[in-house]
Design a protein around this ligand. Structure first.
Ligand SMILES: *[C@@H]1O[C@H](CO)[C@@H](O)[C@H](O)[C@H]1NC(C)=O
Ligand SMILES: *[C@@H]1O[C@H](CO)[C@@H](O)[C@H](O)[C@H]1NC(C)=O
Ligand SMILES: *[C@@H]1O[C@H](CO)[C@@H](O)[C@H](O)[C@H]1NC(C)=O
Ligand SMILES: *[C@@H]1O[C@H](CO)[C@@H](O)[C@H](O)[C@H]1NC(C)=O
Ligand SMILES: *[C@@H]1O[C@H](CO)[C@@H](O)[C@H](O)[C@H]1NC(C)=O
Ligand SMILES: *[C@@H]1O[C@H](CO)[C@@H](O)[C@H](O)[C@H]1NC(C)=O
Ligand SMILES: *[C@@H]1O[C@H](CO)[C@@H](O)[C@H](O)[C@H]1NC(C)=O
Length: 508
């Protein structure tokens, strides 16, 4: 087959059938040329590079025209330098988004034994100290505590027994300290179960969180970890009226407050058979807070799956969102949770709708696998995307949950590890249409054949392009050559399991 025909075939196959990861269109650049511009401040280089950019733009639009006339996907063969010069990357080493040098990680209860994975990535080599409480069971502690030197990305595997138990003060948090800024993503993975979340650095942790979960088929749950001794913590429960929650010897109803205190490294997990969404966690000193479900079936489709998210501090939450769909015929439930009273406006396809939400209340919207939703609120709201099991392809998927990044939280550079071992790995990108040509993954132009969904959406008066593309496992870098910011959501779909995470859900 010539490359054009094989591309076409792969495109058609990948749209209609799964599991053909082994066949792939040729990447544009097998070996992206290193940029030879070593003198960043030099005016000549700048001019040269700007000219290069305009060439790139012209070439890409030419390529588009070609594709339109051929009505298929092609792999263009005009090479160009694709690494931006260093001056465009200045600020890449500023601590921002969810990057940081200290993280506190925990794993909530799952219903089966799973592998607890933590991916740590940085731009450079770095030193990393992984530590736990001196009171942790020594047989566990010895498996976890480490000082390591890392070549820019590292996978930490924690023992299954680090998982929290319900209603017990334990010392099951893990402290990760690094010499350079890193991103930390945790995965709870097992047979037919997967959940994933980006972790929030200690310097961005706060004293107030709103719990996000889904109506449970088993348990809705939340967990906290303290970083300082004698941290006073309170949880104000929001749950179904008249359904009580028993903790130790006390019975709590909706609106009741459970107070306790934790020392550094101590963790506490709460679970209930009703949805805890909208419960409020407050503390006397910053803590890390997580929530989700142990294993949830939603809408009676598919099986149950583990849902986890580290909660964003309420002070860093945005009010404008673009929610991409899930692929593979997976519907998405969009859960909007108000921090204060909000007037919300949202658009799906051409339909505009509005609603008002009281403090801590939630509203669910559902989109299909070919719809995009734009949301704007008068006050900050937390927006969560919950992907469901595939409606058409039996056994594919199952619920996954991620906090959607707000438009004002987008970054212009991401470096992340995509785990291997999933039938489909996707990334959804929300980017200004005007910057589409400048977008690069692994320093190369997106191969049209990898795009499985694409739609434009108006956010205020700016047109954004929403694309979902297939990605291979391994370290992935994404950037725009013009420095424009964009949002990214990563997802993996497998037989009876799915995960999704977004890298940054914090305002700068
Ligand atoms: C990174 O930070 C160092 C010092 O903080 C600075 O000297 C250097 O220029 C920065 N690099 C970039 C690419 O911004
Ligand atoms: C890791 O980095 C060190 C020092 O930079 C280098 O010597 C070593 O070869 C690297 N290892 C790998 C696997 O790249
Ligand atoms: C790791 O711990 C060692 C001492 O145990 C300390 O010297 C080093 O600064 C620590 N590194 C980080 C990144 O915290
Ligand atoms: C709960 O009550 C039982 C008996 O009523 C008692 O034995 C137990 O110590 C109490 N537990 C706590 C944590 O107060
Ligand atoms: C929907 O909202 C957009 C953007 O605010 C506006 O331009 C359009 O007229 C609205 N359409 C309807 C039917 O209200
Ligand atoms: C787009 O909207 C922003 C504020 O919403 C406004 O400042 C800007 O002028 C508008 N741009 C155009 C081209 O209308
Ligand atoms: C990006 O490059 C890394 C190797 O550097 C590779 O493992 C990974 O699969 C690539 N990802 C994509 C989406 O091309």
């Amino acid at each position: 087959m010539d490359s054009l025909t094989s591309c076409l075939v792969v495109f058609q196959i990948s749209v209609f059938i799964l599991q053909l990861d082994q066949i792939n269109c040729q990447p544009l650049y097998e070996n992206p040329q290193e940029d030879s511009l070593t003198d960043p401040g030099h005016l000549y280089c700048r001019k040269y590079y700007e000219r290069e950019l305009s060439h790139v733009k012209r070439q890409t639009s030419l390529q588009k025209e070609l594709e339109m006339t051929r009505g298929t996907c092609t792999t263009p063969d005009f090479p160009f330098t694709s690494e931006p010069p260093p001056y465009l990357l200045s600020g890449q080493n500023i601590t921002r988004g969810s990057k940081g040098k200290g993280f506190i990680v925990l794993f909530m209860k799952n219903i089966v034994d799973t592998t607890k994975k933590v991916y740590v990535t940085s731009e450079r080599d770095f030193h990393m100290n992984i530590s736990t409480s001196s009171r942790l069971d020594p047989s566990l502690k010895i498996q976890i505590d480490k000082n390591v030197f890392v070549n820019s990305s590292h996978l930490i595997i924690l023992p299954t027994a680090i998982e929290l138990n319900y209603f017990q003060k334990e010392v099951k948090s893990v402290l990760i300290e690094t010499s350079d800024d890193v991103n930390v993503i945790s995965f709870d993975e097992g047979d037919r179960t997967a959940g994933s979340t980006a972790n929030i650095p200690i310097h961005k942790l706060s004293t107030k969180y709103i719990v996000i979960s889904t109506a449970p088929s088993r348990k809705s749950q939340l967990a906290v970890a303290a970083i300082k001794d004698n941290t006073a913590i309170s949880v104000t429960f929001k749950m179904e009226r008249y359904l009580s929650l028993k903790i130790e010897n006390h019975t709590f109803y909706r609106g009741d407050v459970f107070s306790f205190s934790l020392d550094s490294f101590e963790t506490y997990q709460i679970a209930h058979s009703t949805d805890l969404t909208g419960s409020v966690i407050q503390s006397s000193y910053p803590i890390a807070a997580f929530s989700g479900n142990d294993c949830n079936t939603i809408d009676g489709i598919g099986f149950c799956d583990h849902l986890i998210t580290q909660l964003p501090p309420t002070g860093f939450v945005d009010n404008m969102y673009i929610v991409p769909p899930n692929n593979d015929d997976r519907d998405t439930i969009i859960r909007i949770t108000a921090i204060e009273k909000s007037d919300i406006f949202y658009v799906i396809s051409a339909a505009n709708k509005s609603l008002s939400l009281y403090k801590y209340n939630s509203f669910d919207i559902r989109i299909s696998s070919n719809q995009v939703c734009y949301i704007k609120s008068t006050t900050p709201v937390i927006v969560t995307g919950i992907g469901l099991a595939s409606k058409k392809i039996s056994y594919l998927g199952d619920p996954s949950m991620t906090i959607i990044p707000g438009i004002n939280q987008y970054l212009n550079y991401y470096k992340i590890v995509i785990p291997n071992g999933y039938v489909n790995g996707f990334v959804s990108v929300m980017i200004k249409e005007s910057s589409l040509d400048f977008f690069r993954i692994n320093s190369t132009v997106i191969n049209i054949c990898d795009i499985v969904f694409e739609k434009n959406v108006l956010a205020g008066n700016i047109t954004y392009n929403v694309r979902t593309m297939r990605v291979a496992g391994g370290v992935l870098t994404a950037r725009t050559l013009d420095g424009e910011k964009f949002g990214m959501i990563f997802l993996g779909v497998h037989i009876a399991k799915a995960y999704s995470f977004s890298v940054n859900c914090l305002l700068p």
